[in-house]
Design a binder for this molecule. Structure first.
Ligand SMILES: Nc1nc2c(ncn2[C@@H]2O[C@H](COP(=O)(O)OP(=O)(O)O)[C@@H](O)[C@H]2O)c(=O)[nH]1
Ligand SMILES: [Mg+2]
Length: 718
C-alpha cells in the first residue's frame, strides 16, 4: 500500500438511522477503491464492516468498524457506526477520530429517529455533515419527501448537489447541479458515464444550481460580494464556498446513491476527496500542557487511541489516530497515561478484520497496533521527550443498570475477566463491584445494550448468568438530637470487661455550630469540647466525633475504640444496614474500671450507645436523587412529564431547543429502573436523555416503611 501524506487523507464517520445503508455504502466505497474484489451484502452476512458474529446474527452493526479505501490517489478512512442509540459509544468515538461525517438517509422513510439523534451528536461535536440519500432504487423511494423532512427536521441549510432522474426500480441516473452534468450508471453500478443534462431537466437543474451557488456564496463575505457584482461565482469560487460552507456547518449538501447497486457512490467519494475537510481544517486538539497540537507532519509523533477491541487469534487491537508527526514501524513510544514504554513493532491499516501492514502513517491517518502491553482506549502515545495527553472521549453517561451474577459460583472469576474484556471493547459498558450492595452492577445505555452484552457472555464467553434488579444504595441519617448511655460489663472466670459510654448525637449540617448544652430528662447538661475529629466518609457525608469528657471519666486512650464501635454502626446502619452519614457524636461521660476496662469493652459500649441513640434520633432513610435531562419532541412532552410524576420525579424546568423540548427533572434512582425502555415506548424512540447523580434526599414515609420491610424480609431469607 502506498504511503499517504496528510493532505491526501480524509477521515469520515458514517452516521444515520439503523438500516439506512451505512454498512452497505462502506462496502461499495471499499469496492470502488479496490480494497475488496467483491461486494458483500447484509443478507449474505459477508460485509467487511459487519464481521462480528452478533452483527451477522442480527443483520445490524453493533460496534464501530475502522475501514479505509483509496480513491483518486487519496486515502479515505471510514468509520462505520451503529445506528441504534444504545450503541452510541461507537458513534461518539468515531466522531472523535474523524473530521467529517456522511449521513445516510433511507429514502423510503426520510428522517428517522436515529437520523435526528446522530445529527445531534455531530452538531454537538461541530462535525461537518454530508447527506447521502440512499436506496433510490427502491420501489418506495420518495426523494422529494425525504428532502422536505431533512430541511424541516434537521436543518434549513440542507442543499441539493444532486437529484435523481428516475428514482424507484431501474434507478440509474442522477443530475449533478454542481457539475451541471448527468451521471448515468450501468445496472451493476460502478463508475458513471458523464453526459449532458437532457433538455427536459435543464430548467430544474439551472434553478438548483443557482440555489447552490447562492448558498456557497453565503459562506464567505468576499464570495458574497463577488456574487452580488457578477450574479454568479466562478467554478473555483463555488468550490471554495462549498468547502467553507460544509466546514462551518452552514450547508449540508445532498447526494443521491443506491449503495446496494453502487450507483452514485463514485461521485460521492470524489466529492469527499476534493471538498470534505481534512485534519488541517479542523480545530486542533489541546494537550495536557494546554497547548494546541496543530496537525504538523514535521512535529514529534503523537497518537491517540480511540478504540480497542479483542479479536480471535490476535488478542487486543488498539485503533489510533495520528495527531502530530509521523509514526513508523518499530518506533519506541511512551504511554503518557501510565508511563509504560511500548514498541510499535507492527503498524496496520484496517478494513474490518482485514489488516494490511504499513511502514508508516502520517499526521491525520488512522491505523492499528497489536500486542501493546499497557495501552487501551483513551491513552496517548508519544515519542520520548513528549508527555502530552489529550482530553479523553466523553462517552455518554450510563443510563441503564442491572445486577449480574454467574449462575454457577465457580464461574465468578471467569465472569470478572469477561466483563473486563467487554468494557475494554465498549467503554460505555461500566462494571461496578459494589461492596455496599453486594452485587456486580453493570451500567449501560439501555436494555438492548445489556442484552447484547449478555449474548456475548452466553455465546462467546460461554458463561451462563442472571440479571437481577440492582439494589439501591440507600443511606441512613438522623433528624434530631438524642442521648444514650451504655454499660458493657462482663465478669466470667478470668479477666472481666468493663466500659461505659454516655453520648449525644445530632444531625450534622456543614458549618453548623456545636452544641454547648443539651436538656434531657429535665436536666441541663453542659458540653465543653476538648477535641474534635472530622471524618469524611468513603460513601459520602461526614461523621464528626467530639470529645467532651471532663474529669477523666474515660481515658483518652479509649476514645479511638469508642469511635471504632461507632464506625461499625455507621457502616451497617441500624435501620436497613445501609451506610449512615452526616452525624455529630458527643461523648461526654462514662466510667472505667481500674482492671477490667479495655479497648474491646469501649468499642462495644460505643457501638451500642450509638445504636440506641440513633433509633431515638428520628432516623431516616436517604435515597440517591438524579438530575435527569430529557430531550423530547414537543408533541410527546405531556406524556413524558406525567410519567415522570408517576416516578416521584420533580420537574424543575422546561426549555425549547431547536426542534426539541428539554425537560429537567430530579428523580429518585429507585424509580429510574428500566427508564430508557419506558421512555422509548412513550416517545417511539424519539427522545434522548442523560442522568447524573445529584444528591441524597429523605424518602417519603411510606417508602421508608416499604424499604425497611423489604430489608428485614431479605435478612430473614439469608
Ligand atoms: N434497496 C436497497 N436496499 C439497500 C440499499 N442500501 C442498503 N440496503 C439494505 O438495507 C438494509 C440495511 O442496510 P445496512 O447497510 O445494514 O444499513 P445500516 O444499518 O445503516 O448499516 C440491508 O438489508 C441492505 O441490503 C440500497 O441502496 N437499496
Ligand atoms: Mg451498519
Amino acid at each position: 500500500m502506498k504511503t499517504y501524506q496528510t493532505d491526501q487523507i480524509k477521515s469520515i464517520a458514517l452516521l444515520g438511522n439503523s438500516g439506512s445503508g451505512k454498512t452497505t455504502l462502506a462496502e461499495a466505497m471499499l469496492f470502488n477503491g479496490g480494497v475488496i474484489e467483491r461486494r458483500g451484502t447484509i443478507d449474505g452476512k459477508n460485509t467487511v464492516s459487519d464481521y462480528r458474529p452478533i452483527e451477522q446474527e442480527n443483520g445490524n452493526s453493533i460496534f464501530s468498524t475502522v475501514l479505509y479505501t483509496e480513491y483518486q490517489n487519496k486515502k479515505i478512512n471510514i468509520l462505520d457506526t451503529p445506528g441504534l442509540d444504545d450503541f452510541s459509544g461507537g458513534v461518539i468515538s468515531s466522531l472523535y477520530a474523524t473530521d467529517c461525517t456522511v449521513m445516510t438517509i433511507n429514502v423510503q422513510n426520510g428522517v428517522e429517529v436515529g437520523t435526528e439523534i446522530h445529527f445531534r451528536h455531530a452538531e454537538k461535536m461541530h462535525r461537518p455533515l454530508i447527506l447521502a440519500v440512499n436506496g433510490l432504487d427502491h420501489e418506495k423511494a420518495n426523494f422529494e419527501k425525504s428532502v422536505e423532512m431533512m430541511k424541516e427536521r434537521l436543518d434549513n441549510n440542507v442543499i441539493l448537489v444532486q437529484y435523481p432522474v428516475n428514482e424507484g426500480v431501474g434507478f440509474n441516473s442522477i443530475i449533478d447541479v454542481l457539475r451541471m452534468k448527468m451521471y448515468q450508471y450501468a445496472k451493476e453500478g460502478g463508475p458513471a458515464k458523464i453526459v449532458d443534462i437532457p433538455a427536459d431537466h435543464k430548467d430544474k437543474a439551472e434553478e438548483l444550481h443557482a440555489a447552490l451557488v447562492e448558498k456557497a456564496a453565503e459562506s464567505d463575505e468576499s464570495l458574497m460580494e463577488s456574487f452580488f457584482s457578477n450574479d454568479t461565482l466562478t467554478e473555483e469560487e463555488i468550490n471554495k464556498g462549498i468547502a467553507k460552507g460544509i466546514l462551518t456547518r452552514g450547508m449540508f449538501p445532498v447526494f443521491c446513491v443506491s449503495a446496494r447497486n453502487n450507483i452514485g457512490v463514485d461521485r460521492l467519494m470524489e466529492f469527499i476527496v476534493s471538498e470534505a475537510p481534512s485534519i488541517f481544517d479542523m480545530p486542533a486538539p489541546v494537550n495536557s500542557k494546554g497547548a494546541v497540537v496543530k496537525a504538523d507532519p514535521a512535529a514529534p509523533g503523537s497518537v491517540y487511541v480511540f478504540k480497542s477491541s479483542i479479536e480471535e487469534h490476535i488478542g487486543e487491537i488498539n485503533y489510533f489516530r495520528v495527531y502530530s508527526g509521523k509514526i513508523t514501524e518499530n518506533l519506541d513510544v511512551i504511554n503518557s497515561n501510565n508511563g509504560s514504554k511500548e514498541r510499535l513493532s507492527q503498524l496496520y491499516v484496517c478494513a474490518g478484520k482485514n489488516r494490511v501492514r504499513v511502514p508508516e502513517l502520517a499526521t491525520g491517518d488512522i491505523g492499528a497496533f497489536v500486542k501493546l502491553k499497557n495501552t487501551k482506549t483513551g491513552h496517548t502515545l508519544n515519542v520520548p521527550g513528549n508527555d502530552w495527553k489529550y482530553e479523553g472521549i466523553k462517552f455518554p453517561e450510563p443510563k441503564y443498570r442491572t445486577a449480574i451474577k454467574a449462575q454457577s459460583e465457580s464461574d465468578d472469576e471467569k465472569l470478572g475477566e469477561a466483563l473486563n474484556k467487554i468494557h475494554l471493547e465498549d467503554p460505555t459498558i461500566i462494571i461496578e463491584y459494589s461492596k455496599e450492595l453486594k452485587q456486580i452492577i453493570v451500567h449501560g445505555q439501555g436494555e438492548y445494550h445489556l442484552n447484547i452484552m449478555k449474548w456475548h457472555l452466553d455465546n462467546i464467553y460461554r458463561i451462563p448468568t442472571n440479571f437481577n434488579p440492582p439494589r439501591i444504595p440507600y443511606r441512613e441519617t438522623i433528624t434530631k438530637a438524642a442521648q444514650a448511655d451504655y454499660r458493657h460489663k462482663k465478669q466470667s472466670g478470668g479477666a472481666g470487661q468493663f466500659g461505659e459510654v454516655h453520648m449525644i448525637i445530632e444531625p450534622y449540617v456543614e458549618g453548623s455550630p456545636e452544641l454547648t448544652m443539651m436538656k434531657f430528662g429535665g436536666k441541663e447538661l453542659k458540653l465543653s469540647i476538648r477535641a474534635k475529629d472530622e471524618i469524611g466518609l468513603e460513601w459520602g457525608g461526614k461523621l464528626i466525633y467530639v470529645n467532651c469528657i471532663v474529669g477523666g471519666s474515660i481515658d483518652a486512650r479509649f476514645m479511638p475504640a469508642i469511635l471504632k464501635g461507632i464506625m461499625e454502626k455507621m457502616e451497617i446502619g441500624p435501620l436497613t444496614g445501609s451506610y449512615a452519614r452526616d452525624i455529630r457524636v458527643y461523648v461526654y461521660d462514662g466510667k472505667m474500671h481500674p482492671v477490667d476496662s479495655n479497648e474491646i469493652s469501649f468499642r462495644l459500649a460505643g457501638r451500642n450507645a450509638f445504636s440506641t441513640a440513633f433509633k431515638n434520633a428520628g432516623p431516616k432513610i436517604l435515597e440517591p436523587i438524579y438530575n435527569v435531562e430529557i430531550m423530547v419532541p414537543s408533541d410527546r412532552m405531556g406524556d413524558v412529564i406525567s410519567d415522570l410524576q408517576g416516578r416521584r420525579g420533580m420537574v424543575l424546568g422546561m426549555a425549547s431547543e431547536k426542534r426539541f423540548e428539554v425537560i429537567k427533572a430530579r428523580v429518585p434512582l429507585a424509580e429510574m429502573n428500566k427508564y430508557s425502555t419506558a421512555l422509548s415506548s412513550i416517545t417511539g424512540g424519539r427522545a434522548m436523555y442523560t442522568m447524573e447523580f445529584a444528591e441524597y434526599a429523605q424518602v417519603p414515609g411510606e417508602v421508608q416503611e416499604a424499604v425497611i420491610k423489604a430489608y428485614h424480609e431479605e435478612e430473614e431469607e439469608e
